[in-house]
Write a protein that binds this ligand. Sequence first.
Ligand code: SF4
Length: 341
Amino acid sequence: MRLRVSLGTAQVLGLRTIRQPHPPTTAYLMWGEKCRRDCAFCAQARGSDSRADLLSRVTWPAFPAEEVLCRLPGSGVRRVCVQVVEPGSPREMVDLVPLVGELAAAGLPVCVSCFLPSLKVAEALLRAGADGVTLPLDAASPQAYERVKGGSFAAALAHLEKAARAFPGRVGTHLIMGVGETEEEMALLIDRLAQLGVRVGLFAFTPVAGTRLAHHPPPSLEGYRRVQAAHCLIGRGLARADEFTFAGGRLTGFGPRFWPARLQAALADGEAFRTTGCPDCNRPYYNERPGQPVPYNYPHPLDPGQAEREVHRLLSSLEASVQGAGCGGGTTGGSGACAGA
Ligand code: SF4
């Protein structure tokens, strides 16, 4: 069997030589190819014309599975993430279970990311040694979900919530900002999921050639920072989304308790602006080009200067959001006409 691994992972495992200032701290593996689903943003979607070795903007070369497995121990990675590209038949998913068992035997925590069609498969993966499963919702509102993924958001959310209740503390999801949802919808959903103990990995929409959304713009950095801050405050148990203020769907504040000194203090360590999701997941360059001056998700701890700049960017964008309230807009996908979004 051959496994695709992200190019950054291939370098860390000694399978490819590239220069990367921020190597992945998780080994990212891809299982399967060409998905049975047709998500509009995804290079592996059934209807996409993208290269078969792409996921988001990252290249995934293939190697023999034994070679990947034997290089994991001692490589320095602290987790293994298996991205499952859903096979034509959900029954094929059971073939994944022995691989997860072998990966877990390498002594690293393993998570599996896939919208598992049945909780029985999730249970089998957890029994085989996975420490968590990630069921990606991707889109944060019914309209966005229907447009970019197809099918029922309510059913997908109910399935995720059922998994979270069945396997407490072992379920996560991914949310992509910039596919037509509002910041308000993102914040409310993050809060709802946090109350169920669901880990949320936040991503910024990234246009990929050959997909249906190849020409759709990514979200504004300022809007992404506002949602990252909401995610951090909720995740740390410092605030709830019903305290936040919104105008036209856009976040304008985190409530009177968080303006501005306490907000600055709560976010001063810069952790809010790092990659989120499972422990030790840093996903370098997943949403960003190498050399992009300011990443959506920092793949490393921020130094004090970076943290201060990002908190300042957030505060300025909140002020601009308040001033811009009332000039319409509110979805995070377009550039909009209002200042600061
Ligand atoms: S949060 Fe990171 S490690 Fe966990 S499933 Fe998502 S991409 Fe993989």
